[in-house]
Design a protein around this ligand. Structure first.
Ligand code: PLP
Length: 472
């Protein structure tokens, strides 16, 4: 092969890394996020040739240009086969139909019932693979609004050479979400409930990635969607859905329930690779920083209001930096300046060039609680589909979208299984979704977690007292 994809930082200063390097890294050393140095591109014929492949093989083909020399194709296929073999549906991410125009892409058939499994089951295997090649130890530090935590813990529990410290906002995740994390009693798993919001937890984690006192002793890695490998894995299901709906001969639009901008950024990557995407519809709840940013250019953080869709209760969307970078012609110095201002003032104004570039592919919509419930009722009453609150926000945005050509199918990403948010679903449609057998006795299991003040020092002391230092 001899081909190496290099990754560069959105802030322009950190050294370039290969795929193995970015997988094991957290933030870039200049505080930025890693992106491929260039987007690989498939021709329409190459895309047409992907139709009908089994999911694990499609994953291999879509990911290979990003992985480069870091894994042989044979090995990568073994890993995707193993990761997606744990899904409860043979199609991995099956597509269902609402009506003539609207479709539902079910991303929740993994072990922890949310789309995060699609990327994290693979990431757990990539960590093991790359750590096996070196005498090193990884300390994963992550923040979760509920779903990343359970998916990441499931993916690394009991694995050698990895510890995981997962912060969740105390009292702000659903019972199912919390139990999926805290009932994993493997000795390498540390659950921390912090007093504060998800944004507070995420800020603590980002600070730790930038704390040289910590990073000098421990191999700190990310499982949040700042990790490039996660986004890469999510690109695959955009291809899977679009191919089924007629790509490359027909364009497709996607409505994506959005928080940290990871999932929808994977759609952007698919478009850069040549997949004919008509529109990416960014759906937010009332925590609508992204809707404001995309519709008015004003990316400014307010405070977080808890909603029935907690995984989207976010006012700072880490991956938006990746879009800002690309939309600014990859001007790292500009991004460094914009993010510095944002960190200090919580306000960032997109440049005209950034706004214009984003508007070429993205639109956005915001759903309040009534609109979310109305979408759940329509799905149930008109189509017999029970959908979770996050998915409902996506569906609201899909149905509200203006100015799409009539022949473009609109795919709403179903990001969580409805049973993961059973109370909210029951109060919206009067039906309580059953927990799938694969999570079985969740409510009878012992829980273990520690509660900490939401200060940086409290978390740092906790982690450094328990983590295994890196070797060599
Ligand atoms: C994480 C999550 C989201 C938001 O995804 P981002 O990649 O952070 O934008 C939406 N819905 C559910 C159920 C999630 O778990």
């Amino acid at each position: 092969m001899g081909f190496v994809m290099k990754y560069v930082s959105t802030r322009g200063l950190a050294p370039a890394l290969d795929f193995e390097g970015v997988t094991l890294a957290g933030l870039a050393s200049d505080g930025g996020l890693y992106v491929p140095e260039a987007w690989p591109r498939f021709s329409p014929d190459e895309i047409a040739a992907l139709a009908g492949l089994p999911y694990a093989e499609l994953a291999l083909r879509v990911m290979q240009p990003f992985v480069g020399d870091s894994l042989t194709p044979e090995r990568l296929l073994e890993l995707t086969t193993k990761a997606y073999g744990r899904f409860a549906h043979a199609a991995v991410t099956p597509l269902r139909q609402f009506d003539e125009r609207h479709w539902l892409l079910e991303l929740f058939h993994g072990p922890t019932l949310a789309f995060k499994d699609v990327a994290l089951q693979l990431l757990g295997l990539l960590f093991e693979e790359f750590l096996g090649r070196r005498d090193d130890h990884l300390t994963i530090v992550g923040a979760t609004s509920g779903d990343t935590g359970s998916a990441a813990i499931d993916a690394v529990a009991g694995r050698a050479k990895v510890d995981i410290f997962m912060l969740h906002p105390h009292g702000r995740v659903s019972d199912v979400q919390r139990r999926q994390m805290t009932s994993v009693l493997a000795p390498n798993v540390f659950n921390i409930a912090i007093d504060g919001s998800f944004d507070d937890a995420q800020a603590t984690v980002k600070r730790m990635f930038n704390d040289t006192e910590v990073t000098a002793r421990f191999g700190i890695a990310a499982v949040n969607s700042i990790n490039w490998a996660r986004l890469m894995a999510q690109v695959v299901y955009y291809f899977a859905a679009a191919l089924q709906l007629g790509a490359p001969h027909r364009k497709v639009a996607f409505a994506v329930p959005t928080g940290n901008f990871g999932d929808v950024f994977a759609g952007y990557v698919a478009a850069q690779m040549g997949l004919p995407i008509e529109r990416l519809i960014v759906a937010t709840n009332i925590n609508d920083i992204l809707h404001r940013a995309l519709s008015t250019g004003d990316y400014s953080a307010g405070s977080v209001t808890p909603t029935a869709a907690p995984s989207m209760d976010i006012q700072v969307s880490s991956n938006f930096e990746r879009l800002l970078f690309d939309a600014a012609g990859r001007d790292g110095a500009l991004i460094a300046q914009q993010m510095k201002t944002f960190d200090a003032t919580k306000v960032l104004h997109l440049t005209n060039a950034q706004r214009a570039a984003a508007a070429g592919l993205f639109t956005s919509a915001r759903a309040d609680a009534d609109q979310m419930i109305a979408a759940q009722r329509w799905a149930y009453e008109a189509c017999g589909e029970v959908i979770d609150p996050h998915t409902a926000i996506g569906l609201h945005a899909a149905r509200a979208a203006q100015a799409l050509p009539a022949d473009v199918p609109v795919v709403t990403l179903a990001t969580a299984h409805p049973a993961k948010f059973g109370d909210a679903v029951e109060s919206a449609i009067g039906v309580r979704p059953a927990l799938p057998a694969r999570v079985g006795d969740l409510f009878d299991r012992e829980e273990r977690y520690d509660r900490l003040a939401g200060t940086y020092d409290a978390v740092k002391d906790y982690v450094t007292a328990r983590a295994t230092p890196r070797h060599g």
